[in-house]
Design a protein around this ligand. Sequence first.
Ligand code: MN
Length: 198
Amino acid sequence: MWLLKKLPFEKNSLEPIISEKTIDFHYGKHHQTYVNKLNDLTKEKPELNSLILEDLIKKSANNDELKAIFNNAAQVFNHDFFWQSLSPEKKEISSKLLAKIEEDFTSLENFKEEFIQSALAQFGSGWAWLVKNKENKLGIIKTANADNPLSKDLTPLFAIDVWEHAYYLDYQNKRAEFVEAILDNLVNWDFVEKNLEK
Ligand code: MN
């Protein structure tokens, strides 16, 4: 039985960057629906519903027969990960994490610019991610629809949902403004650093 994880912040606490109304729909409807569908799809499949979510995603990735299960499992993971990537209190980036970002992206500003460009380059629904590879090098990737770094053997550090449902109520078609506002105000750098150390 897959559960909708509790939000790590109050629904109105990301305002004015992300409205309570957006969180109501995004968490209460979209995210909840992925959880419900995943439970329906795996109900009679103990070999799948006994796995932890990350393993179910890796097992169902790139498998046509398990495509619907992959889509819903990945979207449950992606949304949990997105909420954890956000902080209502402005977090300071540690000097250690800043040094790592400067090593791999030259500067924090450059990282933000590359992240925005990647989010914009995702045609249609998807996600923008900060990831690290097996050599511990940071990178930015975009993924379409439900796809995520786990299916590519990369470790996710931070994510922004760029499906229209994530920003349309607050920003209409202005995806770049939504992404930039998050990068400037809501990044949970403690979460990023915790993932870097995994
Ligand atoms: Mn979403």
